[in-house]
Write a protein that binds this ligand. Structure first.
Ligand SMILES: O=c1[nH]cnc2c1ncn2[C@H]1C[C@H](O)[C@@H](CO)O1
Ligand SMILES: [Zn+2]
Length: 331
């Protein structure tokens, strides 16, 4: 099967984990930021998380380098444009990209400037390529909470105009949901969709809590519902989208190897399971690669692929008009 040519949908990809290495070099030069090396291969390898990561925390250490050049409007806009361009060139037709506005304030940008920059870059790519997208605003679970509502307020002006959802990301501790209940409610009341990273590193109970306490419509990864019947049943009952990211799940040790990934079991049990990249640079991957890996490892057919594609449409935080457009590519 020609995986490159297949129409694809990526619902879980981080902007800061998906920066082209050459762009890091260019922007660092423009902004007078010292880099550990000027060699593109070295920059590339500094950004890729090894398969031997001990855990999610070690994986998350790869983001400091790209974030150092993502502190100006022009830099952020360029990186957003290039990410949508890269995806469009491998036939990703719909793309939800997430990022943490709190991580881009090192040089004093406002949340409005930051969000406006990512949306502008996306819209420039949408005008040039056959791709549509939305942004998801990720709050870092380990950061102070005093500016979370300011992020939500700034993003609310872009709802329906490039921003679609609220997310929690970063290291995952058991029971993290409780302290985010008021923030997720504030976002939901403003009209945001909700997706939450849960059941990646942490326990299945986190998925149960994300759905029952934070009203998550989808969860990032959700792997550990396998060990938690209550979470599994709730996901099934409420048709909660599972945004699995196979390569990343191996790097962060959410699973030991691809053959142990619960993707096929979830798919066969009719859980709404999707295939996504998580971080194109940090996980050294593309949608073409992720689709190929899953299809080959689990011997899925073309019909299975288009079932998964349609699940992604159903789970997308897109308008009805965009969903109809995406259905045109389905078999
Ligand atoms: O897979 C992930 N799990 C939890 N947090 C993640 C993952 N990939 C990236 N992040 C964090 C690091 C980024 O700086 C942040 C915003 O994109 O989200
Ligand atoms: Zn993620």
């Amino acid at each position: 099967m020609n995986y490159f040519n297949l129409p694809k949908i990526d619902l879980h990809c981080h902007l800061d984990g998906s920066v082209r290495p050459q762009t890091i070099i260019d922007l660092a030069q423009e902004q007078n930021i010292p880099l550990p090396s000027q060699d593109i291969n070295e920059i590339n390898s500094l950004m890729i998380a090894p398969e031997t990561c001990q855990n999610l925390e070690e994986y998350l250490m790869r983001f400091d380098l790209p974030l150092s050049v993502m502190q100006t409007e022009a830099g952020i806009e360029r990186i957003s444009f290039e990410l949508f361009e890269d995806a469009a060139k491998e036939n990703v037709k719909y793309f939800e990209v997430r990022f943490g506005p709190q991580l881009h304030q090192q040089q004093g940008l406002s949340f409005k400037q930051i969000i406006n920059s990512v949306v502008k870059g996306m819209q420039r790519a949408e005008a040039q390529y056959d791709i549509k997208g939305n942004y998801i605003l990720s709050i870092l679970r380990t950061f102070p909470k005093d500016n979370i509502n300011a992020v939500i307020d700034a993003g609310a002006d872009f709802l329906g105009k490039g921003v679609a959802a609220f997310d929690l990301a970063g290291a995952e501790l058991p029971g993290f949901c409780q302290e985010f209940i008021p923030y997720a409610k504030y976002a939901k009341d403003k009209g945001y969709h909700i997706t939450i990273h849960a059941g990646e590193q942490g326990v299945g109970q986190n998925v149960y809590d994300a759905v029952s306490q934070l009203n998550a419509e989808r969860v990032g990864h959700g792997i550990h519902i396998t060990g938690h019947q209550g979470a599994y049943d709730l996901v099934k009952q409420q048709n909660v989208g599972l945004e699995t990211c196979p390569s990343s799940n191996i790097q962060t040790k959410a699973v030991n190897k691809l053959s142990e990934h619960p993707f096929k079991a979830f798919y066969q049990a009719k859980l709404p399971t999707t295939i996504n990249t998580d971080n194109r640079t940090v996980s050294n991957t593309t949608m073409t690669d992720e689709v190929r890996k899953v299809m080959e490892e689990f011997s899925l057919s073309r019909e299975d692929y288009f079932n998964i594609y349609k699940i992604s449409i159903e789970q997308a935080f897109a308008s009805d008009e965009v969903k109809q457009h995406l259905m045109q590519f389905a078999e």
